[in-house]
Design a protein around this ligand. Structure first.
Ligand SMILES: [Zn+2]
Length: 297
């Protein structure tokens, strides 16, 4: 068990909060308590931290070194488990051989650090047969914990139905990249309404919508009524309020901490949850308990 150490830090109010102060409204105090103000009971009950959204970028044959680096940084922050997906380079439309090789790259990380690294099969709506084959080989018969779908094809496309059905049969979740951008989406990129369409067709399947849908205020609201969709808070800038917004609209059981490292730093993304104005019980759910339950860790 690792413990969450909340350190004293200096806090600068945002422009909006300063405006609220001028108007005499209550300002949520985001200054965390010092670690010596946390009772021993709270320390003992602080639970495991799981980062549900990790990529190991770099050279394919250096996966062990990349894993060691990740664990070293994770140890500084008390992150116990990492759920890794995709390959050493991001390719928008990988061929079937590539999703197999990338899945095996993640498997190599799992084998290098058993108990610390968990992995997801790289699924693709462009290569459904290969995806199902990998799910059988590495989830039904192997150690992997779920499926990652990225940007090759919008997930609302019925082509993806066999992947969603098989995930339900295997009782593992699907982590689906999802992004509402200011500009045009990438070709084939899933947006939150696509996530809802797939989840509605597959009520037995559990989905984890990455990045809270990019534009997290819209994304969280878009999936709020769809109970088999949870969200991770990873990626994007470390803005205040994202975790609170998710907990308010979805409930604390449907919000998971993730970082999107190596694309983002562990610490900046962890701060979204450590600094959130939520109860300690809800924080434990978001930091780890929900991931333990969702991925069967
Ligand atoms: Zn990612």
């Amino acid at each position: 068990m690792r413990h969450i150490h909340v350190r004293e830090r200096h806090y600068s109010p945002t422009a909006g909060e300063l405006a609220n102060r001028k108007r005499g409204q209550a300002v949520p105090g985001r200054i965390a308590r010092r670690s010596d103000q946390i009772s021993p009971i709270e320390r003992e009950s602080a639970d495991v931290i799981v980062d549900c959204h990790i990529h190991l970028y770099g050279e394919r044959d250096r996966v062990r070194e990349q894993t060691d680096d990740l664990l070293r940084y994770g140890d500084r922050l008390g992150i116990e488990k990492f759920i890794v997906c995709l390959g050493p380079q991001l390719i928008h439309r990988p061929d079937a051989e590539r999703i197999e090789a990338d899945t095996e790259y993640v498997l190599a990380a799992m084998e290098h650090a058993p108990g610390r690294i968990e992995g997801l099969v790289y699924g693709s709506g462009n290569h459904v047969d290969k995806s199902l084959e990998l799910m059988e080989r590495y989830i039904a018969n192997g150690p992997m914990r779920g499926v990652k779908l990225w940007v090759c094809r919008r997930c609302s496309d019925p082509e993806l139905d066999p992947i969603a059905e098989y995930a339900a049969e295997l009782d593992v979740p699907i982590l689906q990249h999802s992004y509402w951008r200011c500009g045009e989406p990438l070709q084939g990129e899933t947006e939150p309404h696509d996530m809802v369409a797939l989840a509605r067709r597959h009520p037995r399947t559990r989905f984890l919508m990455a990045h809270c849908g990019g534009n997290w205020e819209k994304g969280i609201r878009a999936v709020a009524h769809q109970p088999n969709v949870s969200v991770d808070v990873c990626g994007g800038d470390p803005e205040a309020g994202q975790t609170e917004y998710g907990v308010e609209y979805l409930g604390a059981d449907r919000v998971l901490y993730g970082s999107d490292a190596s694309g983002r730093s562990l610490a900046s993304q962890l701060a979204k949850v450590i600094g959130a104005e939520i109860s300690d019980a809800d924080r434990r759910r978001v930091l780890g308990d929900n991931a333990v339950a969702m991925f069967g860790l």
